[in-house]
Design a protein around this ligand. Structure first.
Ligand code: IMP
Ligand code: MG
Length: 368
């Protein structure tokens, strides 16, 4: 295991495997491009080692040039590609082979392909040492790739984490943590608060309730709290980005947590995506979305009963209660399918005694 900055990495692909793969890729390039006098364009910084190994193995006339593009900050893509050093070579009418260390979302090669086409390239081929098919969202054809890898952050063989790790000759992947991160859902009256409290104790998790986080930030007039309040005061929804930043800050406050219970978050798929990104950067992931399932009629009865003693006006009116339940299902339907797709959705029967329900929840968590 190695440590770069704040993160730990474990061995993933050894140098001899990489070399064998580059040999195979080079055989194909030699076969396909022998009479094309190709211009190899390496994408800096990450591709420098790969470019040099490919060039050493190319047996025919060729040229090489570089372009410097960047899209990553830390372990996360910024979805924007910056051109840091431009191409200094005439590419019109040429066969260009783009040499990339890794294709992730595909933003970089998409931008680069367009740039090369606009400069009048005759033919563009993409060759990348690593390819993450699960992260790839673009249409540009990848003509040659060395390794298809899962959507994990890697370093070594030219690839870096915030500047470090490029000199490693083996490739390492971010150590996945054994955190348990739960997204807890339940309609009003399902007993979510009660169960969150129990689970937090039982599994030693940090409970992050969006409502509490908002109230804390607003009360203490933090920068984000003031920002959030400015929207609330105007009667507007707080933008996803503000909510996400608040939650990120909360997660960062607990660097040694065994895991988190997220309560009231995510509410949108954009929030779910950024939660995933945040946890990925810690080598972790959402372990499960658990939803307490309680029949509408039972919820209405429970809340009306609670209204008799709680004094909450929204617990007293059956129409208001039914509407709150409906809003819950309308809001969570999209997240249910989001997590279902990842096999992470678990519905748990929320009717019965507190201990029985805890037992059912624990069964799901213990099996993760
Ligand atoms: P894309 O534009 O999302 O396809 O990302 C391409 C660039 O992101 C690569 O050239 C790398 O600089 C960087 N990148 C993507 N995934 C990783 C990784 O796992 N480790 C290090 N850098 C990465
Ligand atoms: Mg790169």
């Amino acid at each position: 295991m190695i440590k770069l900055h704040d993160l730990q990495f474990v061995p993933f692909i050894a140098e001899n495997e990489i070399i064998a793969t580059i040999d195979r890729m080079s055989d194909r390039l030699n076969k396909d491009l022998s009479d094309k006098n190709p211009l190899f364009v390496g994408v800096l910084n990450g591709a420098f080692m790969f470019v040099s190994e490919i060039l050493k193995r190319f047996d025919f006339d060729c040229e090489v040039s570089f372009i410097k593009l960047a899209s990553y900050q830390g372990t996360e893509t910024t979805h924007q590609v910056k051109e840091l050093v431009g191409l200094d070579q005439d590419v019109s009418g040429r066969t260009v082979v783009v040499l990339e260390d890794i294709v992730d979302t595909g933003n970089t090669i998409t931008v680069l392909s367009k740039l090369l086409r606009d400069l009048g390239c005759d033919e563009i081929r993409i060759a990348t040492l690593f390819f993450k098919p699960e992260a790839y969202t673009k249409k540009v054809k990848i003509d040659y790739f060395g390794f298809e890898i899962p959507n994990k952050f890697i370093v070594g063989y030219g690839l870096d984490y915030n500047g470090l790790g490029r000199n490693l000759t083996d490739v390492y992947q971010l150590k996945s943590s054994d955190m348990t991160n739960l997204v807890l859902f339940g309609p009003p009256g399902a007993g979510k608060g009660t169960q969150a409290e129990v689970l937090k104790q039982k599994y030693d998790l940090v409970h992050i309730s969006t409502g509490d986080v908002f109230r804390y930030n607003i009360k203490n007039a933090t920068e984000l709290g003031i920002l959030a309040k400015s929207f609330i005061d105007k009667g507007q929804l707080v933008p996803d980005e503000v909510t996400i930043n608040m939650l990120n800050a909360e997660v960062d406050k607990n660097p040694d947590a065994k895991g988190f219970i997220f309560d009231g978050f995510p509410r949108t798929t954009a929030q779910a995506d950024s939660l995933q990104e945040l946890l990925t950067s810690k080598g972790a992931e959402v372990s499960a979305m658990i939803a307490l399932e309680v029949d509408d009629e039972v919820l209405v009865q429970r809340l009306l009963e609670r209204g008799k003693t709680s004094g909450r006006p929204d617990d007293a009116d059956e129409g208001v209660i039914r509407n709150r339940i409906k809003v819950y299902y309308d809001e969570t339907a999209i997240l249910k399918s989001y997590y279902l797709k990842q096999n992470k959705y678990f519905g748990v029967d929320g009717v019965g005694g507190i201990d029985d329900i805890t037992k059912r929840l624990s069964q799901v968590i213990d099996d993760l």
